[in-house]
Design a protein around this ligand. Structure first.
Ligand code: 0PR
Length: 355
């Protein structure tokens, strides 16, 4: 029998994770002891991981999904670290740097520190998107990678990926798109973000976020095999001779859960989730604006609004798991588990708190 979650998702409005699809739970459980890090021994999960990469490649409009390279990471952090590592290893310069908009996830700070790469943080515009003029001014011959965010953590914004890609390539750098959260929403929007929209080199897209897969399941994809080859180290005593992943033993459950979720939901289930989330975000943004709050218009289903600290604290006390942007706004992520009814209750609680 299906066990319930150990903690209810009913009042979770801050998370970028969600309840996994039922089929994904079962699939994950079957592969709890399989290690995709040793594909010559665990052949079934190795084949399942190839399927995961193919499905992710379809979602991101990779030109050759069947031959796409990449793997199921432990999450967006590992995928971003590996993208920086790959670009660094391929870049022929000393004092390598990576150019990241200030809206970039903090995993790039970890990557820069771990890999001893300079981090050049560039400002965003008034609508929280990377400023192309600032990126242009920041790149130089030592820039190994430019990062664009497609679905930013704080405001759900999509950077101008085609322009950033041109700037990166003109400077001799590689282009990475961080669609860790946005990747399962963006195929149903008009945004330019994927492999067919620009000559993007690598891309992060996490099944364990909007993909409704169990944790841990992130994704790193590359346009060309060379990006993954640059990550490979020799593994003399394994039957496979090299390994490109960051971790060694990995979660078979994560891989199997991701495939089961994607097979169940791509594309119609994800489209429905994305549309429902967009409607919910628009509804919440209107409800907050009607009450006089300054709201950041949602682009993807993430609502930020300037709610005073006292009210924010009272919402937390009422059991709502909400979080704040760096600038202090209340932030609500309309994940698949966030229902309209929950949002109505949330707004009713806010009305009660306001008195
Ligand atoms: N890139 C982007 C755009 C992200 O939003 C995140 C995480 C990452 C990379 C890193 O992904 P992993 O956390 O899988 O390594 N975004 C959320 C955040 O840091 C993750 C999160 C998820 C936070 C659930 C809280 C939570 O309850 O805010």
């Amino acid at each position: 029998m299906q066990q319930p979650e150990p903690q209810s998702f009913d009042r979770v409005l801050s998370s970028m994770c969600t309840e996994p699809h039922p089929a994904a739970r079962g699939a994950a459980e079957r592969f709890l002891a399989s290690n995709p890090g040793d594909p010559a021994t665990y052949e079934t999960i190795a084949a399942t991981e190839e399927r995961a990469v193919e499905l992710l490649a379809r979602l991101t409009s990779h030109p050759t999904p069947i031959d796409a390279t990449g793997y199921v990471t432990s999450g967006g952090t590992e995928a971003n670290v590996q993208a920086v590592r790959s670009a660094r290893n391929r870049h022929d310069a000393s004092d390598v740097n990576v150019v990241v908009p200030e809206s970039g996830h903090f995993s790039f700070h970890k990557a820069a520190e771990l890999l001893d790469v300079g981090l050049r943080t560039v400002p965003v515009d008034d609508d929280y998107r990377a400023r192309t003029d600032a990126v242009e001014a920041a790149v130089d011959a030592s820039t190994a990678l430019v990062v664009g965010v497609a679905g930013s953590t704080e405001y759900g914004r999509v950077d101008p990926i085609p322009e950033l890609t041109r700037i990166a390539h003109d400077a001799g750098a590689r282009m990475h798109v961080d669609a860790a959260w946005g990747g399962f929403l963006l195929p149903f929007t008009g945004h330019a973000w994927a492999f067919d929209d620009a000559a993007v080199d690598t891309l992060t897209i996490d099944p364990h976020k909007f993909g409704q897969a169990p944790v841990p399941a992130g994704g790193l994809l590359a346009r060309d095999a060379a990006a993954m080859d640059a990550l490979a180290v020799d593994t003399p005593y394994l039957e496979t001779r090299s390994q490109a992943t960051l971790t060694g033993t990995r979660s078979g459950a994560g891989v199997a859960g991701a495939v089961a979720a994607m097979e169940a939901l791509w594309p119609d289930g994800y489209r429905e989730s994305a549309e429902r989330a967009a409607d919910n975000a628009a509804w919440l943004a209107d409800a907050l604006a009607d009450r006089g709050y300054q709201v950041v218009e949602p682009e993807l289903p993430l609502v930020a609004a300037a709610v005073p600290e006292r009210e924010f604290d009272a919402l937390r006390e009422a059991g709502w798991k909400v979080s704040r942007t760096g600038a202090g706004e209340l932030r609500v992520v309309c994940m698949p588990h966030v229902t309209r009814e929950a949002l109505r209750q949330f707004v009713a609680d806010l009305d009660r708190i306001r008195g």
